[in-house]
Each structure stands twice: as structure tokens, then as C-alpha cells.
Write a protein that binds this ligand. Structure first.
Ligand SMILES: Cc1c2[nH]c(c1CCC(=O)O)Cc1[nH]c(c(CCC(=O)O)c1C)Cc1[nH]c(c(CCC(=O)O)c1C)Cc1[nH]c(c(C)c1CCC(=O)O)C2
Length: 373
């Protein structure tokens, strides 16, 4: 077992486990990316997936926001992409500048499932991710915990069928409604790979795993229960077992099902320590539904970062107070990834304001008259 440096800041891990903390930990989805000039400098004109496959470069880029916002960010998230799983399953994925991911040969009919590998050796196909994780965990030297991640089965299935981003999800919806059994077969194939992939990330040094179901909101509430939730549950049940089978300790797990506001109650009982929220949730309403069953993570509208300092301060205060001050069961994040045109100084202001407001003594709960508690 790898021997990593002791942690200097484990706020994220304690909050994820539901412990009381001095202030809510904070990190930002897509914190390593295009809004940072140093990202463009490190990437140069290399292909996006070539950068993902270079552990040294992936490590450098992962550390960039943590070093720039030193003392503010409480976690690093490994620089990679959710689409490395379709690649490991035998599909070609290209990242096209200013357009996004593109699959030249997507799955269009059920017989296309035969094109996928039946057995995926994640160590062989995705070894570069594990190397990047181990290297980054060492380089971090205990500064903050390192988050590993995977796409959720439904989101990955959608990409594999659509062949890229989509407006109407014509192809993915055709599968859901015309080929439900074959859809479930594909979801199961992906789930099996996700479990192995995440377990190996933990073996390599990841200290928390987040599952991104970025397209969960495309499913109706009843279809979410059929085509997404069962597989998310399978992951949260099987992943700790898979980690233990490899002789390691399970780590906290986060589920982020964007757009699935209707499923919050179910997600709080789905075996994850943390439930990520997008900005369409009202913080106090979400906390009332969660009732302490899971730590909540989120959820400022990423667009508020375009609003200037006053707007950022207002939104940070509203968010943290809405989550009851955040000293238990809460992790600060945006409601989705930070966008490429955000000014890094505005991101800094956001983080500083979170630290200020999150460190305040008077949380909503503490301010309640003693007789009410
Ligand atoms: C849906 C999804 C993808 N990738 C990811 C998701 C889930 C999160 C979400 O919903 O936003 C996850 C992801 N992608 C990336 C990370 C790195 C770690 C981090 O969060 O800092 C993470 C966690 C790097 C990236 N992934 C990508 C970039 C930009 C690549 C570039 O042009 O340099 C980065 C830094 C490319 C990517 N990758 C993907 C898309 C749609 C795109 C293009 C459009 C976009 O950037 O939003 C698929």
C-alpha cells in the first residue's frame, strides 16, 4: 500500500463524513480548467486527451488552482475527463476545440453493443489516470485531499449513443423508449467498469470519489428511477466492497445528479455520503428534505461569478446561511462547473467570501433561542 504524507487539511473528508467542522470546506467543479491562464500555458496546443494521458501534465494542471488559491481551496480534483470510460470500452472520443467531445462512431442501434469490449482491464486502459493520481497525491504533500471521479452510467450512456453534447437527445431517448432492455444492458456494462475504475482510483490515492450524472435532468422522474438511480445505488454499494477487496479502506462518495431536483429525497438514501446540488435547489428547502441524512454540496449559480463582487458576496451569504451556516453536513461548491470566461480574480473573491462567511460564529442554528432547540 502506498505511503502518503499526512494530511494538513482534512476538512473536506470530515465534512463528507458528517462531522462538525470549523467552517465548511470549499472546492469548485472544473476548478482546473480553461478560466485559468496557466491551464492554457501548460496545455499549449496539445490535444485534450493527450494531456489527460500525461500523468506529469495532469498533475501540474490539477495543482494549478490549489496553488493559485492556496489557503482557500480545501480539495484538489484530478484533471481528467468522464469520457475516458467510453474510450476504455473501445470507443474513439475526440475533443474538438470550441465544440466539445465528439464520437465519430457512436452506438446507434442495439447491435452496436457488440463493438464494445466485454472485459475491460481498467489498469491497462486507464493506468495513466492512476499514475496521475498517485503522483498528485504525493505532490500535494497533504495540503488538501485529492478527489477522484467518474461519469455516472446514464450520462456516459447518453454520450456513447448521442456521440457528443446534445439538445434533444434524440438518439439516447430512442434507446430509452424503444430499446429499454438493451439500454439496461449497456448501463450495466458501464456500471461494472465504473466500479473497477473508481476502486483503482482509491488504490492509487484518491480520497473521495464523485460520480457526475450531468445529464440526469434529461430523464423524467419515473425514468430517472429506472435508468439512473439503480445504477448509482449499485455503485455506492459495490464500490466500498471493491475497495476492501483490494485491501484498502473505503472513502466517502459523492453523487451529483444535475437537474434531478425531484430525486433529492431518494438520493439522500442512495448510499452516498454527499449529495451535490445544482443551483435550482433552494438551500433551506434542500436541507429540510435531506434532514441530515447526507452532507449537501453546492450550489451557487456559476453565473453569479459574472455579477461582480457585490453580487458574489450577496449570493455567498444567501447560500451559506440557507445551509444553516455550514458547520455540519455541508460542502461549498458551485451548482455546476466554473465556466471558461470567469475572471480568476472573481473566483478568488468568491473563495475569500466563502471563507469569511463560513467562519462566522453565528450560524442560523446557533442563533435560535435555546428553548427552540
Ligand atoms: C459532462 C462532463 C465532461 N467532463 C466532465 C463532465 C462532468 C462535469 C460536468 O457536468 O461539467 C468532468 C470533468 N472534465 C474535466 C474535469 C477536471 C477536473 C476539474 O473539475 O477541475 C472534470 C471533473 C476537465 C475538462 N474537460 C473538458 C475541458 C476543456 C478542454 C479544453 O478545451 O481545454 C476540461 C478542462 C472538455 C469537456 N469534457 C466534457 C465536455 C462536455 C467538455 C467540453 C465542454 C466543456 O468544457 O464544458 C465532458
Amino acid at each position: 500500500m502506498a505511503d502518503f504524507p499526512p494530511m494538513q487539511n482534512d476538512l473536506l473528508l470530515r465534512a463528507a463524513r458528517g462531522e462538525k467542522v470549523e467552517r465548511p470546506p470549499m472546492w469548485v467543479m472544473r476548478q482546473a480548467g480553461r478560466y485559468l491562464p496557466e491551464y492554457h500555458e501548460a496545455k499549449g496546443n496539445r490535444d485534450f486527451f493527450a494531456v489527460c494521458r500525461d500523468p506529469e501534465l495532469a498533475c501540474t494542471i490539477t495543482l494549478q488552482p490549489v496553488l493559485r488559491y492556496r489557503g482557500l481551496l480545501d480539495a484538489a480534483i484530478i484533471f481528467s475527463d468522464i469520457l475516458v470510460i467510453p474510450q476504455a470500452m473501445g470507443m474513439t472520443v475526440e475533443m474538438i476545440e470550441h465544440k466539445g467531445p465528439s464520437f465519430p462512431d457512436p452506438l446507434r442501434v442495439p447491435s452496436d453493443l457488440e463493438k464494445l469490449k466485454t472485459e475491460v482491464d481498467v489498469k491497462k486502459e486507464l493506468g495513466y489516470v492512476f499514475q496521475a493520481i498517485t503522483r498528485t497525491r504525493r505532490e500535494l504533500n497533504g495540503l488538501v485531499p485529492l478527489i477522484g471521479f467518474s461519469g455516472a452510467p446514464w450520462t456516459l450512456m447518453s454520450y456513447m449513443i448521442e456521440g457528443g453534447g446534445s439538445k434533444f437527445f434524440i438518439h439516447a431517448k430512442t434507446w430509452v423508449f424503444r430499446y429499454p432492455e438493451e439500454s439496461k444492458r449497456l448501463l450495466q456494462m458501464i456500471t461494472d467498469v465504473v466500479v473497477d475504475y473508481c476502486a483503482e482510483q482509491v488504490v492509487a490515492g484518491a480520497q473521495l470519489i464523485q460520480i457526475f450524472d450531468s445529464w440526469a435532468g434529461e430523464l423524467s422522474p419515473s425514468d430517472f428511477k429506472i435508468f439512473s438511480l439503480p445504477y448509482l445505488r449499485q455503485i455506492s454499494k459495490r464500490l466500498p466492497e471493491a475497495i476492501q477487496a483490494r485491501g484498502h479502506q473505503p472513502v466517502p462518495m459523492t453523487v451529483f445528479a444535475k437537474g434531478a431536483w425531484h430525486a433529492l429525497d431518494d438520493l439522500c438514501d442512495s448510499g452516498y455520503n454527499v449529495v451535490g446540488l445544482d443551483w435550482t435547489h433552494d438551500p433551506a428547502d434542500a436541507a429540510a428534505i435531506a434532514k441530515g441524512r447526507a452532507t449537501l454540496q453546492g450550489n451557487m449559480d456559476p453565473g453569479a461569478l459574472y455579477g461582480g463582487r457585490e453580487a458574489i458576496t450577496r449570493e455567498v451569504e444567501r447560500m451559506i446561511k440557507g445551509f444553516g451556516g455550514g458547520k455540519q453536513g455541508y460542502i461549498v461548491n458551485l451548482g455546476h462547473g466554473i465556466t471558461p470566461s470567469v475572471d480568476p480574480e472573481d473566483m478568488k473573491w468568491f473563495l475569500e467570501e466563502v471563507k469569511r462567511v463560513g467562519s462566522e460564529e453565528n450560524t442560523v442554528q446557533e442563533a435560535l433561542p435555546v428553548t427552540l432547540i
